[in-house]
Write a protein that binds this ligand. Sequence first.
Ligand SMILES: NC(=O)C1=CN([C@@H]2O[C@H](COP(=O)(O)OP(=O)(O)OC[C@H]3O[C@@H](n4cnc5c(N)ncnc54)[C@H](O)[C@@H]3O)[C@@H](O)[C@H]2O)C=CC1
Ligand SMILES: O=C1O[C@H](COP(=O)(O)O)[C@@H](O)[C@H](O)[C@H]1O
Length: 255
Amino acid sequence: MDDPVLLTGAGGRVGGAILDGLADEYDWRLLYHSQPATEPDAEFLVGDVTDAELMAEACEGVGAVIHLAGDPRPDAPWDSVLANNIDGTKVLYDAAVEAGVERFVFASSNHAVGHYETDRKPDLYRADDDFRLDGTELPRPGNFYGVSKAAGETLGRFYHDEHGIKVCNVRIGNLTEGHPPVDYERGQAMWLSHRDCAHLHARTLEADYEYEIVYGISDNDRKYYSIERAKAVLGYEPMDNSADFDGRERVADGN
Ligand SMILES: NC(=O)C1=CN([C@@H]2O[C@H](COP(=O)(O)OP(=O)(O)OC[C@H]3O[C@@H](n4cnc5c(N)ncnc54)[C@H](O)[C@@H]3O)[C@@H](O)[C@H]2O)C=CC1
Ligand SMILES: O=C1O[C@H](COP(=O)(O)O)[C@@H](O)[C@H](O)[C@H]1O
């Protein structure tokens, strides 16, 4: 991707992981919700994704959008996900299509499919369980936040079919820095390390696809999300595995 890349939610956790790994790799245009504490090294804007005029400005001349901005709380109330996640994504898609943006990468979530776990937990969190979701299944959100992520994926389906924009929905697992979640089997099964997060998003900017739903987790021994689609379509080559950690300590380097 030679053209500038718009990164919304740049000041958040996922945005930090992407910029840590890829700051020098792309010509970034960053969207912050409020004025960042330190001056970013890249071009930036401040405002809300529901602001259509600002999103038109944000999308002008960009080749790709990585859309992270939104309310990330699994227990977020309906009013918040409706405005920040659903309406914000729709406003940004409109601006991207109008500006002729080539591809749109959407931060979806494990919570879009949370209810597949209901009758299978805790077994599916364990390494010897071979149940896998692969992205072809229908959404089964476990909360309104998950509903908003399923809605974002469906908006992408519409804008792809209607306008031809390339869309990659990444159902992100649980991003934590340095080590997987401690004493949390679900989190270890869906851990996404910072470097795998950055690499995966680089692949979403480089690979050839039309409309995709992939899972964004590291290559954990415990897993119930398949990463085969991300490997095959995007060329994702994760480096980390939550099984290599004992609590906060890396005790092996299996991958
Ligand atoms: N951190 C994780 O493990 C996961 C994150 N995700 C998704 O990834 C995205 C980023 O998540 P995090 O970085 O963890 O959250 P975060 O809260 O650290 O970052 C989100 C950023 O978006 C901004 N934002 C929120 N509403 C906005 C609006 N209306 N307009 C402009 N900016 C707005 C916030 O100010 C914040 O800087 C979210 O869409 C979240 O749902 C999905 C699955 C897992
Ligand atoms: O989508 C998200 O998922 C992760 C993992 O969910 P959790 O319920 O196991 O914590 C969550 O940490 C993150 O905040 C959220 O945006």
